[in-house]
Design a protein around this ligand. Structure first.
Ligand code: SF4
Length: 371
């Protein structure tokens, strides 16, 4: 059962067993729980009145005991490229964001897992915010339900990327429960092959994920080819360095035709040299992989900038020369602060981080001549 929303316990985020127990306590048969479960996750019902397969009397008794509440939507921001940023308030003063990215064949929903983030990556505006709290499983899966209903997207057309605010593996249990709810054929029915979890490199979390019966796609936010640079860009590297991280990746079980995605945010004069590209190819040798090159999305809250187009293309060329699949990911929704690394609970399309005091932005200080 999820934490209480308002005065009633919230069933969004509960699995079938939990709903069965709640319903049994009311003296109802288990098949009623399956009807409620399908109503919440498959049909995205919003109120007890929508559960037309339940009798009026039962609906009335359920509404006195339980809510089916999604995160409260504050506002949305529509980008010129069709991307849409959603700002939710999950509890007073605590805002999170999700992003809907329409694509030709499938649409993508990017969801958050924490309010703020403790990792503090130098290239990410979320990393400038203090960590406030983990999201519950209901708040995580609730973002998918809310966006899916708002955009009228069938589950078959959806990719889910767990790449929004927060480090998912710092909120392991709730994230895994949300993934199980998303993937359940009786519920949202999104194939695990269509769900991607991105981590900054929390090695014990990757190892725990590897032992799960249901494993989503794994994406690693790598972004550097030396520990000197990665220590600064992603402080979690000081605990689990590149060698430890890649060792965990080599042990990660991959089904046929599945591979690990390595994300590499390209930052001018920090990690974008030809030597970096060659080193990246050598580091990832032997791994089943693809690389997403993401030119940094500049933001007033970051003290870094994107490389020139020619440097981006040259970096990709070197990787392709090593027979590596490497895509350049162009930003989506940057005009409304919805692109990768820009999520910060902003109440305007661009501008201040108004609801939380930001951490000071650290400049990148590595002496490039040493690297
Ligand atoms: S990139 Fe991810 S892990 Fe790093 S600060 Fe941003 S939200 Fe946190």
């Amino acid at each position: 059962m999820q934490p209480e929303t308002g005065s009633l316990p919230n069933l969004v985020g509960s699995d079938l067993n939990e709903i069965e127990s709640a319903i049994a306590a009311m003296g109802e048969a288990p098949y009623r729980a399956r009807q409620i479960y399908a109503g919440i996750y498959r049909r995205c019902n919003r109120s007890w009145a929508d559960f037309t397969d339940l009798g009026k009397d039962l609906r009335g008794r359920l509404s006195e005991r339980f809510s089916i509440s999604l995160p409260r939507l504050d506002c949305t921001f529509a980008s010129g490229d069709g991307t849409r940023r959603y700002l939710f308030e999950v509890s007073p003063g605590m805002k999170i964001e999700s992003v809907f990215i329409p694509e030709e064949k499938r649409d993508t929903i990017c969801i958050s897992t924490q309010v703020g983030c403790a990792v503090g990556c130098l290239f990410c505006v979320t990393g400038r915010l203090p960590m406030r709290r983990d999201l519950s499983a209901g708040e995580i899966v609730g973002q998918v339900l809310a966006l899916r209903a708002d955009r009228s997207v069938p589950s078959k057309r959806l990719n889910i990327v767990i790449m929004g605010m927060g480090e998912p593996l710092h909120n392991y249990d709730n994230v895994m429960k949300a993934i199980r709810l998303m993937a359940d054929p009786e519920g949202l029915s999104i194939s695990p092959r269509r769900i991607t979890l991105s981590t900054s490199g929390v090695v014990p979390g990757i190892e725990a994920l590897a032992a799960e019966p249901l494993i989503p796609n794994l994406a690693i936010s790598l972004n550097a080819t030396t520990d000197e640079v990665r220590d600064q860009l992603i402080p979690v590297n000081r605990k689990w360095n590149i060698a430890a991280l890649l060792e965990a990746c080599r042990r990660f079980p991959l089904e046929k035709r599945r591979r690990i995605t390595f994300e590499y945010v390209l930052i001018d004069d920090v990690n974008d040299s030809p030597e970096d590209a060659h080193r990246l190819a050598a580091l990832l040798k032997g791994l089943k992989k693809k690389i997403n090159l993401i030119p940094l999305n500049a933001d007033p809250w970051l003290r870094l900038k994107a490389p020139s187009e020619s440097r981006i293309l040259a970096f990709q060329e070197i990787l392709i020369g090593h027979s590596i699949t490497a895509y350049i990911r162009r930003p989506r929704g940057a005009d409304v602060s919805a692109a990768c690394g820009m999520l910060a609970g902003r109440e305007h399309a661009r501008g201040d981080l108004v609801h939380l005091p930001p951490r000071p932005a650290k400049p990148f200080t590595a002496d490039r001549s040493r690297l």
